[in-house]
Design a protein around this ligand. Structure first.
Ligand code: NAI
Length: 300
């Protein structure tokens, strides 16, 4: 019989309401993780169409029934009752924690934080899902930087247990502790990491992914590279991973690491060329692979 999420909500644990701003790939995954653990979600996006599509995506994701390998209608109704689309920052006011997952742009994020902070209670936590922007930089201008930290989920959220809790220069210990507890509540495995370019995981992962893209430029076949990585034990090949993450996101992350680490990472030109050709990966149908249904570009 389907789980009854309505019975799970009143657990008395600290985060009962999570605000998620940005209804894209990551916002949807994060919101679904909350719904699955009985946390109510308030979701906001500055594009109404993206918000509507995002909420549909969250409900679909959170009501997937492993047994039938499909969406459970009962569960979908229950989940839908626990997520609300809200308008702007003011709509997020009741949240115990707000997770920001909008475009990877420091100015856009900082402007939003200033707005959101004004509406939140003094004890609420504001967290950014940024993959690359230092948390200390994002905290500039906040009135309560002690309540601010990075909470970095990985894509796809439903499959990836790891969450980086990133401590900025002014983040309070209590904020870190609360985010660790909240991550566990979501069924994730938190690691507390230092602030800095790429934090921990992307600092390791981006050079590896970049080398894979460089191998493609040297003429090695995409499938051969991904197959080798998988045979070695990686759950997914590095080029498929580019497509799943989004080539624009990868390009940006590569540039940030290059700026910080110099010639230790020189972003492969091929990624930039694919982005210029609007091949952004799975999200718009083509990247290193062709994901269009029927095109047979399925990675090995
Ligand atoms: P996305 O492009 O899929 O979604 C971003 C959403 O934010 C869009 O729906 C857009 O309409 C909305 N948005 C943009 N500006 C806004 C604003 N001012 N106010 C409200 N909504 C706004 O992006 P994605 O991939 O979900 O990335 C979001 C964040 O998560 C970025 O900071 C990214 O670096 C980070 N991230 C991405 C990962 C990935 O694999 N794609 C993995 C981990 C972190």
């Amino acid at each position: 019989s389907p789980r009854r999420p309505e019975l799970e909500t009143q657990s008395g644990e600290e985060v009962a309401i999570a605000g998620v701003i940005g209804a894209g790939i990551m916002g949807q995954g994060i919101a679904a993780a909350n719904l699955k653990r009985g946390v109510r979600v308030l979701m906001s996006d500055n594009r109404p169409a993206a918000l509507a599509a995002g909420i549909e995506g969250v409900i679909r994701e959170a009501s997937y029934d492993k047994a039938t390998k499909g969406v459970s209608a009962d569960l979908a109704i229950a989940r839908a009752a626990h997520i609300s689309g809200v308008n702007g920052s003011a709509g997020l006011a009741e949240s115990n924690v707000v997770i920001e997952a909008v475009v990877e742009n420091a100015d856009v994020k900082r402007k939003l934080f200033a707005e959101i902070e004004r509406t939140l209670s003094d004890s609420a936590i504001l967290a950014s899902n940024t993959s690359t922007i230092p948390i200390t930089t994002l905290a500039e201008g906040l009135k309560r930087p002690e309540n601010f930290a990075g909470l970095h989920f990985f894509n796809p959220v439903r499959k990836m247990p790891l969450v980086e809790v990133i401590r900025g220069a002014k983040t309070a210990d209590k904020t870190v502790e609360r985010l660790v507890a909240y991550s566990r509540k979501l069924g994730k495995t938190p690691v507390v990491v230092n602030d800095g370019p790429g934090f921990l995981v992307n600092r390791l992962l981006m050079p590896y992914m970049n080398e894979a893209a460089l191998l493609v430029s040297e003429g090695v076949s995409i499938k051969a590279i991904d197959r080798a990585a998988k045979e070695f034990g990686m759950p997914m090949g590095p080029l498929e991973l580019h497509d799943v993450v989004g080539l624009d996101t990868c390009l940006h992350a590569g540039e940030v690491l290059h700026a910080a680490l110099g010639d230790r990472i020189e972003p492969a030109a091929i990624v930039g060329k694919l982005v210029e050709a609007d091949r952004l990966g799975q999200k718009n149908g083509k990247g290193f692979y062709d994901w269009t249904p029927g095109k047979g570009g399925k990675p090995p």
